[in-house]
Each structure stands twice: as C-alpha cells, then as structure tokens.
Design a binder for this molecule. Structure first.
Ligand code: ATP
Ligand code: MG
Length: 289
C-alpha cells in the first residue's frame, strides 16, 4: 500500500511512541448481557497494561453503539467508513488516549464487518493485519449480545475474557454466549471476570454457579476464574468525568482490582511460537480468502 504524506507522518508518530516489547496478544471482552462493565474493564485494563509499559490498541468492536471514545473524553474525526471508502488508512483513524493507549473508534453507520462484501473485508483485514503488528495487546470491546459481530470478534481473538455480575440474568446471558461460541465457532476456553461485587467471595460464588452449569451442559468447555472487580462509586464518577477510573482514582480499591488482573495477565507465559499466537490472524479468523 502506498502511504500519502499524512499517512507516513502518522506511521512515524506511531514508530516514535512506546515500542512494542512482546508478541501480540489479542483479547476479546464480552458478556452476552449489556451494561455489566465491559467498556469500563477494557478501558481501565488497557490503562493498567499501558502503565506497565505495554503498547495497547483498543478496538471498539461495538459497531452500532461503541462508546470507548466517550468514556475517555475523545472525539474521533474519522472511523472505518473512511477506510472503507479508501480516503484513510487504519493508522489515520486511530486516536490517542491517555498513557499512550491507542483507540480504533467505533464505526456507527458502517455495516457490521461480517456483513461487508468480499473485497471490502479483504481490504480491511489486510489493513488490520498490518497495523496489529505494532502492538503488545489488541483488546476488543465487543458490545452486548450474541450477534455474529460479537461472536466473530471473540473467535478472532486469542483469549476470550467474559464479564459477569451477580445478577442471574448476567449468568444466563454469559452462558448463552459460551454456548453459541462453542457450538458455532468451536471455542472451548474461556476466562471469567466477575464485576461489581462486594467481595471476592461473591465473585467466587458466581464462578461456581457458572461452572456448575457448564460442567453439566457444556462439558467440553473450560472456564477459568481470572479475577474480580469491586463495586465502587468511583466508577460511575469517572464515567461522568469521561476519564478512566485508573487515572482519576489510582489508589481506589477498584483500581487495585484492575492492577491485579493486568499483573495476572502479564505474568502468564505465552507460547509465542505457537499457532495460536500467530501475528497475522484477521483474514483467517474471518475466513476471507
Ligand atoms: N465495578 C463497578 N462499580 C460500580 N459501577 C460500575 C462498575 N462497573 C461498571 N459500572 C457501571 O455500570 C455502567 C455500565 O458500564 P459499561 O458501560 O462499562 O458496561 P458495558 O458492559 O460496556 O455496557 P454495554 O453492554 O451497553 O456496552 C457504567 O455506568 C458504570 O458506571
Ligand atoms: Mg460497552
């Protein structure tokens, strides 16, 4: 691809920023149920990873209702619409967030990626493959539900992190998501973060309830407990101020929960030579040939 002067400038800016230090890890954050804290987890986990020196790109995959940029007080000028029409490259639409986080904004008004025609998908996934290489972490905020957009982004990721709360509807929805991901996309490995709890004990109870059901009805599927996030009034307070709570309230208990999660992720040994962690995955994941 030939880069225009502006695109070359953008690439240079990206090159001089924080450098990538490890093989790319692609995480999808999903939940089935809406409003359980996905976007806050994505934003603040990205913040914590970035603080730990990782180069992170958040992909707002909530096509219709994406709001990462609102949570971070950003106003992106462009989105995938301009990439699809050939006016911009993916680098041009990426916006800078706090502590070096980069954000690929949502594209309301653009057809879901899974619905694009073959040429458009091929073009966009080639662009994503190229850009993804620059990061340690790529995090998808998938949006609610179990639509094909949600399940494709989960399948394109290396790791699926599910978010649930103590509400029974959250458990049934997360179960429905796992079921469709297993039955239609052969995904067998999930990790659970329980959000908005009073204590870790409460989170472990939610985990036990979920595994009781999966062990019985989805016994080829494995769910691992990744951690918990406390309910904290600082979360809605930070949302209202359109900043990450990790930034505004770094010493709050909820920020400590996010730091624990990010440290847990960073301590994991990742087999970078394995097929699972191949750098170029978009076309394969979306089966574009
Ligand atoms: N740990 C928490 N403590 C207190 N409030 C929380 C917590 N996590 C999330 N919330 C509140 O829940 C609301 C929904 O959070 P968020 O937008 O992150 O959810 P979501 O799962 O991304 O929603 P959607 O499915 O609509 O995309 C926010 O207004 C936020 O303030
Ligand atoms: Mg959201």
């Amino acid at each position: 691809m030939i880069h225009t002067g502006k695109q070359a400038e953008t690439l240079k800016r990206m090159a001089v920023g924080r450098a990538k230090t490890s093989p790319l890890r692609v995480l999808a954050i999903s939940s089935g149920k809406g409003g359980v804290g996905k976007t806050n987890v994505v934003t603040n986990l990205a913040y914590a990873l970035s603080k730990r020196g990782k180069k992170v790109l958040i992909f707002d995959a909530d096509m219709g209702l994406g709001n990462i940029h609102i949570l971070l007080g950003l106003a992106p000028k462009f989105n995938l619409e301009q990439v699809l029409s050939g006016q911009k490259s993916v680098e041009d639409i990426i916006v800078q967030g706090p502590v070096g986080i980069e954000i690929l904004p949502a594209s309301s008004g653009v057809q879901e990626l899974t619905q694009l025609n073959h040429e458009a998908r091929l073009m966009i996934f080639e662009e994503f493959d190229r850009v993804s290489e620059n990061y340690d972490f790529l995090i998808f905020d998938t949006g609610a539900g179990i639509s094909s957009n949600v399940t494709y982004f989960c399948s394109a990721a290396h790791e699926i992190l599910l978010i649930a709360t103590t509400e029974p509807t959250s458990l049934t929805d997360v179960y429905a998501l796992m079921k469709v991901l297993y039955q239609k996309h052969n995904q067998k490995y999930f990790r659970l973060i329980v959000n908005s709890v009073k204590s870790e004990k409460e989170a472990l109870e939610v985990f036990r309830h979920l595994t009781a059901v999966t062990d019985k009805f989805l016994n080829h599927v494995s769910v691992e407990y990744l951690g918990y996030i406390l309910n904290d009034a600082n979360v809605p307070k930070a949302v209202r101020q359109q900043r990450a709570f990790m930034e505004l309230y770094p010493y709050s208990k909820v920020s400590q929960c996010i730091l624990d999660l990010s440290d847990k992720l960073l301590k994991e040994k990742i087999n970078s030579s394995g097929d699972e962690f191949r750098p170029f995955f978009w076309k394969d994941a979306f089966q574009v040939r």
